[in-house]
Ligand binder design. Structure first.
Ligand code: ATP
Ligand code: MG
Length: 404
């Protein structure tokens, strides 16, 4: 409100724009507010001062205006613009500053193309966004094929917004995605990854994956899945539907598990293509590769299960195991683990002995150290060595045996 007010006082047009208008009309609280204005970027900077502004995308006319107080979100202020040709399939080659009506035309979908005047409580809708919100449709503004040819990322955005709001994709928009799907290959791995992530985070993740597959996007964005999709699709979507609130890493792990079982290699391929961070890729790999141990946990020595349980991604692996249980895997598995977790006083007890103890027993530091300490740890976790005295005694016997 303050940003719009100051721009108007200085004689410019200013409106709330895009996602925040859509969210308000849907009755949900926007996560952030964007302002569109007739003021030029330099005028915006001058009006709010250099200290409050940050020229993130000066060439596109985007200035971030920081709130006057801490704890309030910044506002993105973008000058009304028209985008020129797109030669890289992602970004306009140049932009020219224009009017609100033209600015609406360069936006992606009708539901994202509206403005709102917060002082008059008035929606300014040049693109039919209000009707499409009511019809629950994601519809490209203008000719869908042209819009997807300009910026290929929009195809993934269409599916993401539809999955997020449980909307359908309007049929000519959807057909255009089908025609242009292969071109999504020009989009960077990171951008594809963030769309995949955001789509999986919605409660309609299974629908989004099915759309990627139906429209021909899957072979480009997740070839690991596409390769075996026909035979695995039913199982994979049942799995996603069985874990609606799981993290995106768990869901991606679930998809890979439904396709390739507990293998790690597909995760590594996906990691390098999508430029996933080590921590995301490790979480996914752990979720996938731990399934065989976790589902057999009640039959295995605790020393084999415990390292999985104390792993930072255990919650994710357990979420996948639970989903698998809900779909008919022995329901005992998840329950047994949970019971175990609730009843073990210390999941990761301190070791009974350390390297210094081995030296005190006369052993010289070397490879045998690690082996012995690991064996003591295993016996400790399996409750066969219960205290330090027992551990030292066991070590003594072992070392004597080695000497002999
Ligand atoms: P979210 O709540 O996910 O942030 P949003 O609608 O605010 O949704 P943003 O990606 O933050 O989405 O973009 C803000 C606005 O900018 C969109 O509502 C849309 O009007 C416009 N926009 C964003 N990306 C594109 C694009 N690739 N092509 C055309 N317009 C876009
Ligand atoms: Mg936004």
């Amino acid at each position: 409100m303050e940003v719009v007010h100051r721009l108007r006082q200085a004689g410019h047009e200013a409106l709330w724009a895009g996602g925040c208008v859509r969210d308000l009309l849907r009755g949900s609280e926007p996560t952030d507010y964007d302002v569109a204005t007739s003021a030029l970027p330099l005028q915006v900077q001058e009006l709010f001062g250099r200290r409050r502004t940050h020229a993130v995308g000066i060439s596109f006319g985007v200035i971030i205006v920081r709130a006057p107080k801490r704890g309030i979100q910044s506002v993105e202020v973008a000058t009304f613009r028209t985008d020129s040709s797109y030669s890289d399939g992602r970004h306009p080659d140049s932009v020219s500053f224009s009017t609100a009506e033209e600015d609406a035309q360069r936006r992606d979908f009708t539901i994202n193309g509206m403005f709102y005047d917060p002082f008059d409580d008035r929606v300014i809708d040049y693109v039919g966004g209000q009707t499409d919100l009511q019809l629950k449709l994601v519809r490209a503004i203008g000719d869908a094929r042209d819009r997807f040819r300009e910026d290929k990322l929009r195809m993934l955005r269409a599916i993401r917004f539809a999955a997020r709001f449980a909307f359908q994709i309007e049929s000519s928009t959807r057909n255009a995605i089908g025609e242009c799907a292969g071109e999504v290959a020009v989009v960077s791995g990171e951008r594809i990854a963030s769309e995949i992530q955001a789509s999986l985070q919605t409660s309609h993740a299974a629908w989004a994956v099915a759309e990627w597959a139906d429209l021909g996007l899957l072979p480009v964005i997740l070839p690991e899945l596409a390769e075996r999709w026909e035979e695995r699709a039913a199982e994979a979507s049942r799995l996603l539907n069985a874990m609606p609130t799981a993290t995106w890493q768990t869901k991606l792990g679930g998809l890979l598990f439904a396709t390739w079982g507990a293998q790690e290699q597909p995760v590594q391929l996906m990691k390098s293509r999508l430029k996933l961070s080590n921590s995301d890729a490790n979480a996914i790999a752990f979720t996938v590769t731990s399934q065989p141990v976790l589902e057999q946990a009640h039959r295995l020595p605790w020393s084999q299960v415990q390292p999985r349980v104390i792993h930072p991604s255990f919650a994710e692996a357990l979420a996948l195991l639970d989903a698998r249980c809900r779909l008919g895997l022995d329901p005992h598995c998840g329950d047994w683990l949970r019971h175990q977790l609730a009843n073990i006083p210390e999941l990761d007890p301190p070791p009974l002995v350390v390297g210094q103890d081995l030296q005190n027993l006369g052993l010289k530091p070397g490879p045998a150290f690690r082996v012995l300490l690991d064996r003591v740890r295993t016996l400790q976790l399996d409750d066969r060595l219960r205290n330090r005295e027992q551990a030292l005694e066991w070590l003594n016997t072992e070392i004597e045996g080695m000497d002999a």
